[in-house]
Ligand binder design. Structure first.
Ligand code: SAM
Ligand code: SF4
Length: 329
């Protein structure tokens, strides 16, 4: 098992399949994009499957989430999903995507065995989308969402990040829109993980603010006060339920004490935390001929060094060198 020195066990593996993206969300990367990882540095499909297999067979991983960058840009994604669901014991397999291309891929992904999908959608307004993501792709995202629902990838979850003065007036419209379509909306507090280091605590829209805005229109009651467990989203029944809305207060309501996540970057580095400042290079070990046992040992050692929390409030906090798009959110 992947146990750290505070007794937490990592069972939820986030695998980044690429650091590239077809959007430029301003809380994530600059409009001009970033210097992408060179292809030879990326894990091949076989390398990804081998490491995921070690996680599943030897280290107690039960959940695999493919992310990025934009994971739909990775060629052969349905095949990777199929090879992952064939592992024993079968992990649950999900995807976090910006939705562009999902209109075409939702069916093949569902056929390959994908269990669930999270689609990021921060605004319903085309102009705001262009301003926030620097691309005119809102219709593609909406088509992708609809296709995911049609393909039976339910519940379709929607992730939204609110930015002050950009889309923070859309909390209520976004929730209403999602409720009408049966999508499960979760708001995520903006974290200091953008490549351009533009995050500021005072600009951030907090979980409290989001709840206050929603509370002006909807009656919200805690849905799972006792069973939050390692789930980062605090969930609220909307107008008595059964529909819910989630709020992920990563900064102001951290859930580090119950964290069960571990990450593998597209270039084969294990990260024990989104905010980790050190990584463990499984790719080079693998390419140097390491055995499954050896790779598993290295992975265990990497997780054992996980810190107690992200420390964003600590004056000594250092933003990790890798931006979110290269870590895998
Ligand atoms: N490209 C895909 C997408 O946007 O869903 C997958 C990768 S993206 C890094 C994963 C999630 O992280 C998205 O829901 C995105 O909104 C969120 N995200 C990116 N940068 C963030 C930040 N600085 N703070 C909070 N969430 C962020
Ligand atoms: Fe791309 Fe996702 Fe980052 Fe937006 S949040 S720029 S869609 S990786």
């Amino acid at each position: 098992m992947l146990v750290d020195s505070f007794g937490r066990t990592a069972t939820d593996l986030r695998v980044s399949l690429t650091d590239r993206c077809n959007l430029r969300c301003s809380y994530c990367m600059p409009p001009e994009g970033l210097e992408w990882l060179p292809k030879p540095e990326l894990l091949t499909d076989d390398e990804v499957v081998r490491l995921v297999r070690i996680g599943v067979e030897r280290l107690g991983v039960t959940e695999v989430r493919f992310t990025g960058g934009e994971p739909l840009l990775r060629r052969g994604l349905p095949d990777l999903v199929r090879r992952t669901v064939e592992l024993e014991p079968r992990p649950r397999v999900s995807l976090t995507t910006n939705g562009i291309g999902l209109a075409r891929l939702a069916g093949p992904l569902a056929d390959a065995g994908l269990d669930r999908v999270n689609v990021s959608l921060d605004t319903l307004d085309r102009e705001t989308f262009k301003r926030l993501a620097h691309r005119d792709r809102l219709p593609d995202v909406l088509a992708g969402l609809a296709a995911a629902r049609e393909a039976g990838l339910r519940p379709v979850k929607v992730n939204a990040v609110l930015m002050r003065g950009v889309n923070d007036h859309e909390a209520v419209p976004l929730l209403r829109w999602c409720l009408e379509r049966g999508y499960r909306l979760r708001f995520i507090e903006q974290m200091p993980l953008d490549a351009q280091h533009g995050w500021s605590r005072t600009d951030m829209i907090t979980a409290d603010e989001i709840l206050a805005r929603l509370g002006e229109v909807f009656a919200l009651t805690p849905a799972d006060a006792d069973v939050r467990g390692s789930a980062p989203a605090e969930s609220f029944l909307v107008d008595g339920g059964p529909e819910t809305v989630g709020v992920i207060g990563s900064v102001t309501r951290p859930f580090c004490g119950a964290c069960d996540r571990v990450r593998l970057t597209a270039d084969g580095q294990v990260r024990n935390c989104l905010f980790a400042t050190e990584e463990s290079n499984l790719r080079d070990a693998l390419r140097d001929g390491a055995s499954d046992d050896d790779l598993a040992d290295r992975w265990r050692a990497a997780v054992s060094r996980k810190r107690a929390g992200h420390g964003i409030d600590d004056p000594a906090f250092l933003q990790p060198a890798r931006p979110m798009s290269a870590i895998g959110g």
